[in-house]
Ligand binder design. Structure first.
Ligand SMILES: Cc1cc2nc3c(=O)[nH]c(=O)nc-3n(C[C@H](O)[C@H](O)[C@H](O)COP(=O)(O)OP(=O)(O)OC[C@H]3O[C@@H](n4cnc5c(N)ncnc54)[C@H](O)[C@@H]3O)c2cc1C
Length: 658
């Protein structure tokens, strides 16, 4: 048997076929011809060099498949293990934790970037080594032709790497799996490739799949700048008016970050514009704000590879079949997984049904068609999510709906978050993702939890004169289960007595700020100062009436319109650089708490959390009790959310940017 191309499809096919042969007690000789192969590597595992033009995202699907096949990636190949995946919309970013039981890794597929230590240990070389360990022979050679011999068997004609002879060599095989991908010459029309021309002669009706140009770039960051982003993966489906991007991903990998871009600006770009496009992309406000402020990037390598977006026609003949990208790929996500799926289906077909054209059409082609059909749903999924997340109002509605769900539903019942996770990670079929997106329950969540609340919040911002100009917008809502955990941390850190009953009003917000605890504490000390740059809504006059910043006993007065809502806060306790506890001294929330918690989450950043809780109280007597009950019924808690959400984003900006 011969396999042309030793990328994932070729290596997976070799592994599956050799294992199937062993299980059936059949003696199969399998040769992989890979043009970038290294037959006599300096070290074990260094079987391939060059690039495979891929972001190296190992999807949860693929991780499960590797696991099921007993293929364990060595730790030195794994560059990152994502803990969260963030979708960047025009309004705000939605951070989605990787669900329990799902694993998302990142790897380098090839030997680029060139100045990377240990670059010969990479995903493709490891898979190829696994195939060789199963018994495959590796030939480093460039295949130029596949044609039928008079015996009816296919003959692979190749030139061995480094050979100077003009004739080349041949292998006559019982079966040839063609796994050459679509990047024989990155960014060029695959039809121009000599091997594709040869396949057209050999397989009547053969047409390579439709491809789309993408841009991939390995950016090297200065120093340890990306340390704080190591467990993150980012997606954005919009650029700007000048830079038209439909899809982008950023995957930090140690000192490198892989950037992938797709969209009309990439479709039309000239090779000389590559660097300028990446620079403009990194300077977009929604991209700039997620990168460390002091990070400088230099491109370690950059190119315009093809991405498969259609399916090949006439891709099987007697004893010949195409697999991987050269046949079909999952749209925009998970191409390595679909490379596996095609390799597995072909191997099963060969051992169960045979390798003639009729058997291949009956048992292998249905899988290719299934992936292609699902991609049609994928187009609708990506079209809808792009429309939503790139539109100022729609993206705010989607964000609000996701946040309402986060705050009100237990983790296992967050259907919107689950849908968004699946869109970004490709962790389901596109048909099922689309069906979930248009389900009545999802539409209701978006209308009620999203559209209505967005309208109400917009109105509140108007009333309080809050503008979103000149600073970034970030998530400040806290997930239901996190509220419980943080509440316990406050109680322990501040030695609070256990509460006898839940408070009548309780709110919590949190934001990640890239600064030290001391720096954040200093800024919080300005809470009652006239020159502070955050928490200055209209209709609310907040000022210190006694004491010094962050000094126990200092008093902050909230003068509110209407006046009966005014009250004072006294700083009752401070614990190191971590906690500040204010107590409400008077007014309708008398005895209530306002807690600031500055929790150091890693070497570069802290999570600043704000906790407010109180019971409604009146002046005493029946009228007071009546007032408290009335307030409890009509108190607009969302106003609190809107004010603190705006203020925390501003505070982050003041601290991080100045
Ligand atoms: C920009 C970009 C980012 C991507 N990111 C991801 C991602 O994060 N996760 C994911 O799952 N998928 C991703 N993909 C898709 C993924 O790269 C492909 O689906 C996957 O590589 C397909 O594997 P393959 O083996 O079919 O082809 P390839 O990986 O292209 O392998 C083909 C192999 O054949 C060899 N070859 C070619 N011609 C010849 C010849 N004539 N003779 C001998 N050998 C030959 C090549 O050297 C190569 O080793 C991305 C694709 C692009 C373009």
């Amino acid at each position: 048997m011969a396999v042309v191309g030793g990328g994932p499809a070729g290596a997976f096919f070799a592994i599956r076929a050799l294992r199937a042969a062993k299980a059936l007690g059949r003696n199969v000789h399998l040769t992989i011809v890979e043009k970038n192969g290294l037959e006599r590597p300096a070290c074990p595992g260094h079987l391939k060099e060059s690039c495979n033009y891929c972001a190296g995202g190992i999807s949860p699907n693929l991780f499960d498949i590797l696991d099921r096949n007993g293929i364990r990636l060595p730790p030195e190949i794994i560059e990152g293990r994502a803990e969260s995946l963030t979708i960047h919309g025009d309004w705000k970013s939605i951070e989605l934790p990787v669900p329990a039981g799902r694993t998302m890794l990142s790897v380098f597929r090839g030997t680029r970037p060139q100045n990377r230590p240990g670059r010969y240990l990479n995903f493709d070389a490891f898979l190829l080594q696994t195939a060789v360990d199963e018994g495959a022979e590796l030939i480093a050679g460039d295949v130029r032709d596949i044609a039928y011999a008079p015996s009816g068997k296919p003959v692979v004609r190749f030139r061995r790497r480094g050979s100077t002879g003009r004739e080349g060599e041949t292998i006559e095989a019982d079966f040839v799996a063609v796994a050459t991908g679509v990047n024989q010459a990155p960014g060029q029309d695959p039809s121009a490739d000599p091997l594709v021309a040869a396949l057209r002669r050999t397989l009547p009706g053969f047409r390579p799949p439709r491809v789309r140009r993408s841009l991939i770039c390995e950016m090297q960051a200065s120093g340890e700048a990306l340390r704080g982003m190591k467990a993150e993966v980012h997606f954005a489906q919009h650029g700007s008016r000048d830079l038209r991007i439909e899809m982008s991903s950023l995957i930090p990998k140690g000192r490198w970050m892989t950037v992938v871009l797709l969209g009309p600006s990439i479709d039309r770009a000239r090779p000389s514009e590559r660097q300028a496009i990446v620079d403009r992309f990194l300077a977009l406000p929604h991209i700039r704000r997620l990168l460390p402020r002091d990070a400088a990037f230099s491109p370690a390598c950059l190119c315009f590879p093809n991405m498969t977006v259609g399916r090949a026609r006439g891709l099987v003949g007697d004893r010949i079949a195409l697999i991987g990208d050269g046949a079909v790929a999952r749209l925009y996500k998970d191409g390595i997984y679909s490379a596996y799926a095609t390799a597995e289906a072909l191997s099963e077909c060969l051992f169960d049904r045979g390798g003639d054209r009729a058997a291949l059409k009956r048992s292998y082609l249905p899988l290719v068609r299934r992936i292609d059909r699902d991609n049609a749903f994928g187009r609708a999924v990506f079209g809808l999510s792009r429309l939503t997340f790139s539109h100022p109002v729609l993206s705010r509605i989607a964000y609000q709906a996701a946040i309402t769900e986060l705050k009100t539903r237990p983790r296992e019942k967050r259907r919107l978050a689950e849908g968004l996770w699946k869109i970004a990670s490709g962790d389901d079929s596109y048909r099922r993702i689309l069906a979930a997106m248009v389900r009545p329950a999802a539409v209701w969540t978006i209308l009620w939890g999203g559209a209505l609340l967005t309208a109400r919040n917009l109105l509140t911002e108007r009333v309080f004169g809050l503008a979103w100009e000149g600073f970034g917008r970030y998530q400040t809502a806290v997930a239901r289960e996190e509220v419980e955990r943080k509440r316990r941390a406050f109680a322990t850190g501040l030695a609070l007595p256990p509460a006898s009953k839940p408070p009548q009003f309780e709110r919590m917000y949190s934001i990640r700020i890239k600064a030290s605890q001391e720096r954040i504490l200093r800024e919080l000390g300005k809470f009652g100062d006239g020159d502070r740059r955050y928490f200055k809504p209209r209709l609310l006059d907040v000022h210190r009436t006694a004491g010094a910043p962050n000094e126990v006993g200092s008093t902050i007065r909230y003068d509110v319109s209407p006046r009966f809502l005014s009250f004072s806060l006294v700083l009752e306790k401070s614990v190191g650089t971590r906690f500040l506890l204010y107590r409400v001294r008077d007014g309708f929330a008398r005895g209530g708490l306002l807690i600031f918690d500055i929790d150091s989450v890693d070497a570069d950043a802290c999570a600043l959390s704000i906790y407010v809780s109180f019971d409604f109280s009146g002046r005493g007597g029946f009228p007071g009790r009546l007032q408290a009950t009335a307030l409890r019924l009509v108190f607009p808690a969302f106003v609190h959310d809107v004010l603190w959400n705006h203020s925390l984003c501003l505070l982050k900006h003041v601290i991080e940017v100045g």
